[in-house]
Design a protein around this ligand. Sequence first.
Ligand SMILES: *[C@@H]1O[C@H](CO)[C@@H](O)[C@H](O)[C@H]1NC(C)=O
Ligand SMILES: *[C@@H]1O[C@H](CO)[C@@H](O)[C@H](O)[C@H]1NC(C)=O
Ligand SMILES: *[C@@H]1O[C@H](CO)[C@@H](O)[C@H](O)[C@H]1NC(C)=O
Ligand SMILES: *[C@@H]1O[C@H](CO)[C@@H](O)[C@H](O)[C@H]1NC(C)=O
Length: 268
Amino acid sequence: MKHPHDPFPIRSFFLIITIFTLFGIPKCLCQDGRYVSCGNVYQCGNIQFRYPFWGGNRPENCGYPGFEVNCVSSSVPRITISSQQYLVVNSPDITANTVTVAREDLFNNICPQDPKDTAINFTIFNPSNTQNLTLYYGCPTITPPPLFEFPCTTNGNTTANYFNMLGSNQGITIPSGCDRIITVLVDQDAVRNLGSSAGLNGVLRAGFTLKYEAENANCLRCLQSRGQCGYDSGSFVCYCADRAYTRECNGTAAGTPSGNGMYDFMCY
Ligand SMILES: *[C@@H]1O[C@H](CO)[C@@H](O)[C@H](O)[C@H]1NC(C)=O
Ligand SMILES: *[C@@H]1O[C@H](CO)[C@@H](O)[C@H](O)[C@H]1NC(C)=O
Ligand SMILES: *[C@@H]1O[C@H](CO)[C@@H](O)[C@H](O)[C@H]1NC(C)=O
Ligand SMILES: *[C@@H]1O[C@H](CO)[C@@H](O)[C@H](O)[C@H]1NC(C)=O
């Protein structure tokens, strides 16, 4: 029997209903959307970020507070720690829970306008294998200039500036009366090669390593139960394929509803 005016969309609708009734709702519709997005790796340049870092394709609830990453010029990852900007110089080690960062202001220019001490949030970061290096800006000159001097030129005026080398400045004392003295964290191994102002640039670009604490033990347990780590409403959560749990998949359900809302009732 032919029905020239039979509306095709209605027939398709009943066809889909029939397929769903026979074979069930596709599994992918039932996955918790947060489980999927928190499994994303945020790639910036050749550096990859997973939990506790968030940014880009990793929503805020996929990371821990204080670990937001911005990808500058689509290739350079930046993290802000205690209001200071740092560049992440290689992919964080999610087994050792470490990240290596370098001061952004000193990365290309060891003579910034307004140099400040390295600031670290010790609640979430613990410097690992680091050394303090002191930089002295705008100092009285020493003649002849020692190896640990570096020049800075502002508006045509060149100033004398020094860095201390583990207190072994060949017996030369840095004169008092410098305009600005700052302390920066550097890598202990890199600083051994520090002998000149060119070396100073390299040491500042190499950065230093921070061990991070972002409920690492909870995250390991969650990952081992095939979940994805996250953080929501002030506490750690483990996102699993079906829903969110407080610690690990198939454990105690977390209070928040799962990401798919209306589809949940159709899952089995
Ligand atoms: C340090 O990190 C903790 C945890 O993310 C945060 O609550 C605190 O505000 C941070 N402190 C500073 C000075 O940024
Ligand atoms: C670096 O200096 C700060 C104070 O400016 C101090 O708290 C810290 O212990 C020093 N770190 C090292 C590795 O010497
Ligand atoms: C450069 O140095 C001269 C002489 O010390 C000073 O008068 C002038 O203000 C300086 N210029 C700047 C931009 O600091
Ligand atoms: C989750 O828990 C239920 C009930 O305790 C158990 O039957 C099921 O096998 C568990 N599933 C997984 C993936 O561990």
